[in-house]
Ligand binder design. Structure first.
Ligand code: HEC
Length: 168
């Protein structure tokens, strides 16, 4: 009798540890693993989002939120949720990879009556394509709620430099 309690407590601890180990073993393809100047990458090197301990999103996620809503929202609906006309991009980024995504935005896509325009010469989109992708990944993962991110990291100096170089 006296032994039962510690044994059960021990088992519960083991079960808890197994649970958290499993969660860490399966971080998902969008999990951020490395950072350079405030821009995060996933295991496969593709750009991704990061939410810090305070619930603040990285700058690119915030920038992507703004760019998405000025350039894509009109057809793809608010927060990448889709419309009667164009698909939900928060789902697309889980089904098509980064390279396919950028290829479609650069060159467009046409299926029947549905036309995704090509934006390859539109600097307001090309200069922020990673930002938009990162934002869609963030909302698609469920880690970042829909709507304007409440808190975000400061704009990195490297972002401003790249932006100026790209916009010319
Ligand atoms: C004028 C309306 C319109 C605008 C603006 C627009 N799209 Fe689209 N997009 C579409 C339509 C319609 C499709 C579906 C095309 C098809 O299936 O052939 C589509 C398809 C896509 C796809 C492929 C999705 C999939 O699951 O296959 C991607 C990626 C995409 N759009 C990204 C974007 C991004 C990023 C922006 C903003 C920079 C944007 N689109 C702006 C209409 C638009």
């Amino acid at each position: 009798m006296t032994l039962a309690r510690p044994i059960l407590a021990g088992l519960a601890t083991v079960a808890l540890m197994a649970g958290s180990a499993m969660a860490q073993d399966k971080p998902g393809p969008a999990a951020a693993v490395s950072e350079e100047d405030g821009k995060w990458s996933a295991e496969d090197g593709t750009p991704t989002f990061k939410v810090d301990d305070q619930g603040s999103v990285d700058w690119y996620t915030f920038s992507g939120f703004r760019r998405y809503h000025s350039e894509c929202h009109v057809c793809h609906g608010p927060d990448g949720q889709g419309s009667s006309y164009a698909p939900a991009l928060v789902k697309s980024v889980e089904n098509i990879d980064y390279y396919t995504f950028t290829d479609i935005v650069v060159n467009g896509k046409k299926e029947g009556n549905l036309v995704m325009p090509s934006f390859g010469t539109n600097k307001n989109i090309m200069c922020y394509l990673d930002d938009i992708y990162i934002y869609l990944r963030a909302v698609g993962s469920g880690e970042v709620p829909r709507g304007r991110p409440a808190k975000h990291a400061d704009k990195p100096a490297s972002f401003t430099e790249a932006e100026n170089a790209c916009m010319g």
